[in-house]
Design a binder for this molecule. Sequence first.
Ligand code: GDP
Ligand code: MG
Length: 743
Amino acid sequence: MNLCSRVCRILYRTSIFYKVNNYNTIKNVKDVDIEKIRNMGILAHIDAGKTTTTERMLYFAGIIDQMGEVHHGNTVTDYMDQERERGITITSAAVTFNWKKNLINLIDTPGHIDFTMEVEQTLNVLDGAVVVLDGSAGVEAQTQTVWRQADRYNIPRIIFVNKMDRLDADIKMCCEAIKNKLEKPYLLLQLPVRENGKLTGIIDVLSMELLNYGAVNEKQVTKTPLTEDQCPKYWSEAKNARMILIDKLTDHCDELADTVISSESLENIATVDIVKALNAITYNQKAVPVLLGSAYKNIGIQALMDAVVLYLPSPVVKNDRYTCFESSLCAGAFKVVHDKQRGSLVFIRIYNGTLNKGQKIYSIQQDCSEQIGRLYVAYADEFTEVDSVKNGNIAVVAGLKKIRSGDLITSTQSAYQKAKRNITQSLNERSGEIDAEKILGVGVTIPEPVFFCSIEPPSLAAQASLEQALTELQREDPSLRVTYNSETGQTVLAGMGELHLEIIRDRILKEYKIEADLGPLQIAYRESPIKKLTDTSTLETKIGNSKQSVTVTLSLLPTEQKEDIGNVMKLDKSPEAASNIASIFPKHLLAVKQGIETGLAHGPKIGSQVINTYVMLHNLEVGRGTSETMVTATVTQVVQKLVKNSGTDILEPVMFLEVVAPEEYLSVVLADLSRRRSVIKDVTMRGKSKAVLADTPLSELLGYATVLRTLTSGMATFTMEFNQYKKMSPIDEDNAIRSVRGF
Ligand code: GDP
Ligand code: MG
């Protein structure tokens, strides 16, 4: 079937009628020069305008010829039913389009904290990001969260200050917030132009032009060069801003500083030199370029896309980390969706080599090989079939059953081993194996769930299909944990928040047509041991003719550190223990580690995970022919005994909470928060509203959205993020025990 009829068929099927009028995009995807690709994400606080900005980019790139609006529920990237209904973005959708002969793979990321896992997986494959701010709100809580996440993944960023059409928008306030809250020097590249309070255009500080939008037609930008004679006011504003910009750039770019010194003034610096400095500084993240506009009013979007191409890096840099795979494929899976017609589809960023239709691939995390079926590139929820996708680009793969979001993929297991050897060689270290994994990022941390609830099928007959549904949902979203509690005989879902689990239930109902029953939401408490203890234990059994025996000495070492679930095992480094420890086989060390983890999985008080402790191994003797399972079992027993004898405190999850409300509601909000055992950290101005920052126990925040709406007639918003596990007062602990046992 030729392209045209395929596109027509797709269009005919979609309920919203988009006309795809840029066929070049599809042809270009395969062979485009890697330097011209930008894999970018849009990150922001909810409601800052991510979805609207994305929609406008697609419109100006010619992918759609009608713009959807979030409040009409017809945007391209918010394509799942739940998103259209709720007007929020839940699933990251990758959309590919051309902009001035470049290829932009835009990944729209979810803004709600419950979906942080998805944001992280997305960040992992991005080369750069646009952070959208609401120009009237500045840097909001969620922006700080995603900013920190992007820091962890070392992602170059530019900032788009959106909603500048609003009367209360304030670019100065936003810039100050960038400096103070994100702790980044800002580089302001544009100035807003207002007439009678209305945003009419933008001054481009680099080109010294006045940009006007929509005078001729929607897509046309009118550019007027600013001169001293014709528009002295804008000219002097622009010139001033340009001097400030160059001055700031020289702080971070020696090359430009040299140019300025040799030309003896800030005035004669060429724009190409400024662009070059901006590009380098963005890449090094020494400062952040700031652009502005109004997505809703179609102002500033084209300039934003230009900035993406100019300042954000191409995929080459990130790909370089994976050249240890030599000629083999290396790619990262960052998203799994279930399409009704095509089955499961996996979104994959190619780091090295080429991904071909029908090829066999190997997942490092799942340790399994699978054959890929068809290969596509994405247009929101529509896909175009291709034969191969090259490094730097993003592919959508059909026919995979096991590969999950977050997996690193290569061609075969031996290709992986070879890559690891290459890294080890270049590191030239004994611990190379572990470092190789770290360098390849094969062990991305999955956030700890703070909520859980039981789930039951409506009938025994539906059991199998519910299990199937949960397996598929987990592949899409590793932050959803599904476990079976053998004591209660229940299947348990654990997730990041109320909304997270609610959406899962919704999807089981709508997509899988199973009327599953969710038990009440419960808080994921933790237990923390009180006393330092040591114990030695011996276990002996006879299996057939062979005698198995393990003797182990372990200490429980409670710590004050917040929560280090990662590495709990410590080895005794004292001279007395050294020779025994050094003689332990690696496979037995691994078995001990497993035994410790199992032993800490359920505490004695309420069966919650035990944290805030190390377990130190002093001595291990393993009889000849003794299995590793036996070692693990012995260690588990000793650890459980130690924790029981030590006694535990219950810890509860405490959240960072930010409530933004108009001033007249401040006192009711504060009074309500103090009833919820909150510690108020700060109250600041946020535009014309007040922002309250507090530490509040999660158990006090169940149903908070509804309460806050009632208290403030819907005028307030809040966000929360997990902060830490905290010890409870004896009374609160009793209440927690009762609520857990009550179920
Ligand atoms: P997201 O949650 O970040 O995806 O934000 P949305 O794109 O869904 O936008 C949130 C709300 O802000 C919607 O009602 C938009 O119509 C509105 N909005 C988006 N951009 C602008 C803008 O530039 N100006 C104004 N005044 N409103 C905007
Ligand atoms: Mg959105």
